[in-house]
Design a protein around this ligand. Structure first.
Ligand code: SF4
Length: 785
């Protein structure tokens, strides 16, 4: 697809750049800032019983933190060391010993007193375990008994009645691939993964807009581009080392623009520990912030385009790259008509941004030769997320910011290996090498040597709902096989999720640690299987970063706290297949990780090259440096598609606030600090604009209640620089306010943004016994008692 190869790490500029310092006072004394040195010392202390192994993981393994991707201590973008506290925080998962037996086998109600953070700190799952209906404690099981039991149950069920789910905790491409293959071999397409929840609208939108669902550019494109836009992304928090690239970009004259409802402090200023200059004086990250209403991005982008078309009326070519559009883009007239029809009033109301400010950004982009647009969950976790992303692609296509150095579209991924999960086929809509449709089905059947089930598999949210279908329904899910994941703390409506999890006949948790979901009852049994980490997996494993780099992480020996009975995840899937269909299981059997990589290279032609990755540091980038190079897109006619989209109706009642969830000091749902070191917010703080608070006579720190037809959230007001009419709470604490069963219309991920009412806590509590909260009829009908 791409032609040009990535050039490997660039040298950093040596000259200091005081103009980008936060302050000339070293170490940000007197300012709220990440405490990197203290965090590092804490990591050393935490891992003191296994320090040699911990060091080897850091220096030899591929980071299992975020999707920025690094092998050992060196990345492909810049020379110099690459390390951050996110990586240090997750390190202990790989080095800690097993949970003590007296705790592991204590009464279930005692275990339930632990939070997920405390459960994680107890240690690793040491051996297979079971807790049958009515039993108060987990008891030990042999691997054979555990897999026999799961296999026997699966044999009794229609394959539509069980589902697989894989999370993003360091799972390798090899495990995703085998899971995707085994699930189809067993006859089910109900297989989903965590990355789909976060970024499948990016993939869906990019496929329809430019023909390929991945980042078209790489991190080096940030460095020296005219404008780098972060849209609904707090890259500095989710991928701390990205700030190193941002600083380098700023030194080369790049303007960084952040578009977000909340002026995230870490996108304003950051202290980069691996850069001495920044570690001392900090880095001013964003050159400008645009605070857009939650859900107002489509309108905001309409405003940018509307001004471009107005500029064009005055001077042809002043805003649109006609050469690029004529040669490489479809749908110009349609999108122009669509944008022309949007009144400025509507654009301003929906976006919450003034016309003057929208015009400022429109002109900055119109006068730039290059731009990179990076985005994250602020754009993807809406019921209209695919339209959000296609709208970003519209901007890039109209300006020709695609398929070349310093220009491109970048869905900024969260967790290590999430890019590969879909590309390996662990997804109900996807097979390795393409979608689950057309010729790709036959091609994969030929390679795999068995027929694939032809029905559409369900996404995770739907499979959870399907657990509660009537007993005889052909899609009633009766067994759920989870590789990691904590639905109770990640999916909307935790009460419903708990009910659903407990209604399963059998629930399997293949994992490294316990979490709160593991402790929920099941109708027949909960079975827990100990998984190996990516560093323990035989023959190592690969993971794919946001910029499509496929990194090889070798098996790292020397774990003093080795879990004897833990097994590589891909091996467990194969063993399960052998129990259920012994006669044909050789079709899904692999002897080694290398054998799997050989097959991946054939199954997904983009991954041709993965079979040569064998030792530490081995890496290749699929698709080359730029996808859609020279504007040629992998669509049937080679052109990008401009897609007209509508300003969404947020269905807000007068006086309602828009609510979004954000992350603090945490990795996915794993919380590392109760107080976010970046903004000082506690887990139950509600970020609110001071003017909004005053209107409700709410003081800073006062108890407040947020509620809607889905739930109630009690917290404390924290004044923050968030656009009026919008509120922010932490994920997952805020999940009780989110609706279940409301999905993005194309990519089918849950909606994590919602309207809420706000009240002072004392007023709410005084009234709550005398007033009913309104519930929608739909909710009443689907509620289970
Ligand atoms: S920025 Fe991401 S890839 Fe880099 S060390 Fe931190 S967690 Fe790992």
């Amino acid at each position: 697809m791409g032609k040009t190869k990535h050039q490997g790490p660039m040298k950093k500029l040596k000259m200091p750049a005081p103009e980008h310092w936060v302050s000339p006072i070293p170490f940000g004394l007197g300012k709220i800032k990440p405490k990197h040195i203290r965090d590092t010392m804490k990591t050393v202390w935490e891992n003191k019983d296994n320090l040699g192994y911990a060091t080897n993981i850091i220096t030899k393994g591929v980071c299992d933190g975020c999707a920025l991707g690094v092998s050992g201590l060196y990345d492909q973008t810049l020379t110099g060391p690459h390390i951050c506290t996110t990586r240090l925080n997750v390190l202990r998962l790989n080095t800690m010993p097993a949970v003590k037996p007296e705790i592991l086998h204590s009464d279930i109600d005692d275990l339930r007193k632990y939070s997920s953070t405390e459960l994680r700190q107890l240690g690793r799952i040491p051996y297979p375990m079971i807790r049958r209906k009515g039993e108060r404690k987990f008891s030990r099981l042999t691997w054979d008994d555990a897999l026999d039991m799961i296999g026997d149950k699966m044999k009794q069920l229609d394959p539509k009645q069980y589902a697989f789910y894989l999370t993003s905790r360091g799972i390798t491409n090899e495990s995703y691939y085998v899971a995707g293959k085994v699930s189809r071999f067993l006859g089910t397409n109900n297989i989903d993964n965590a990355s789909r929840i976060c970024h499948s609208p990016s993939k869906t939108a990019l496929k329809r807009s430019i023909g390929v669902g991945a980042s078209t550019s790489n991190y080096q494109d940030w460095i020296g581009t005219d404008v780098l836009v972060f849209w609904g992304s707090v890259a500095s928090n989710s991928s701390p080392v990205s700030t190193k690239y941002m600083l380098e970009a700023k030194k080369k004259g790049t303007k960084i623009i952040v578009i977000n409802p909340y002026k995230e402090p870490s996108m304003e200023k950051y202290w980069i520990p691996s850069n001495p200059e920044s570690a001392l004086f900090g880095t001013k990250v964003a050159d400008d912030f645009y605070q857009v209403n939650i859900g107002g991005d489509i309108a905001f982008m309409h405003g940018i385009m509307k001004h471009w078309f107005e500029m064009e009326e005055k001077q042809h070519g002043s805003a649109i790259n006609h050469e690029f559009v004529n040669e490489h883009v479809n749908g110009y007239e349609e999108i122009k008509a669509n944008v022309d029809a949007q009144p400025w009033d509507e654009i301003i109301k929906s976006s919450g941004v003034s016309k003057e400010r929208i015009i400022e950004l429109a002109e900055l982009l119109a006068n730039s030769k290059n731009a990179v647009f990076a985005w994250a969950l602020g754009l993807t976790m809406h019921s209209f997320a695919t339209d959000n992303i296609s709208q970003v692609a519209n901007l890039a296509l109209l300006r020709g910011f695609l398929g070349r150095k310093h220009s491109g579209l970048m869905p900024f991924r969260g967790h290590s290996s999430v890019q590969g999960s879909g590309e390996m086929g662990a997804d109900p809509f996807v097979l390795p090498g393409g979608d689950f449709q057309g010729d790709n089905i036959g091609r994969v059947e030929k390679l795999w040597g068995f027929d694939l089930p032809k029905w559409q598999g369900d996404v995770v949210g739907v499979t959870l709902e399907n657990i509660l279908l009537p007993e005889d329904h052909e899609r009633k899910i009766k067994l759920y096989y989870l590789s990691g994941g904590n639905f109770l703390e990640t999916m909307p409506d935790p009460h419903f999720v708990e009910k659903a999890l407990s209604e399963l006949d059998i629930r399997v948790h293949q994992d490294i640690i316990l979490n709160t979901s593991t402790l929920v009852d099941a109708k027949e049994a909960v079975i827990v299987l100990p998984a190996k980490t990516r560093y323990e997996q035989e023959d190592g494993g690969t993971s794919t970063s946001t910029e499509r780099m496929v990194y090889f992480s070798p098996e790292i020996p020397g774990n003093k706290n080795r879990i004897e009975e833990a097994r590589a995840e891909w091996k467990i899937y194969i063993d399960l297949a052998k129990r259920i269909k012994p006669e044909t299981a050789h079709l899904v059997d692999f002897e080694s990780g290398h054998e799997i990589r050989e097959e991946i290279a054939k199954a997904n032609p983009n991954y041709d090259g993965v079979q040569h990755l064998k030792k530490q540091g081995d890496v290749f980038q699929w698709g080359g440096a730029w996808l859609c190079e020279d504007g040629v897109c992998p669509t049937p006619d080679g052109k990008g598609n401009l897609i007209p989209v509508e300003i969404p109706d947020l269905n807000k009642q007068p006086g309602d606030f828009n609510l979004t969830t954000r992350r603090g000091k945490q990795f996915n749902s794993m919380v590392y600090k109760e107080t976010d070191p970046i903004n000082g917010a506690e887990r139950y703080d509600v970020l609110i604009n001071e003017e909004d608070a005053r209107k409700h006579s709410i003081q800073e720190g006062e108890g407040v209640v947020l509620y809607n037809q889905y739930g109630v959230f009690q917290g404390r007001a924290k004044f923050a620089d968030i656009i009026k009419g919008n509120l922010g709470v932490h994920f997952p604490e805020g999940n009780f306010l989110l609706p279940k069963g409301r999905y993005e219309k194309f990519a089918k991920i849950p909606d994590y943004n919602v309207g809420v009412k706000l009240e002072k806590a004392d007023k709410f509590n005084a009234r709550k016994d005398t007033q009913y909260l309104e519930k929608r009829i739909d909710d009443l009908e689907t509620e289970v008692s």
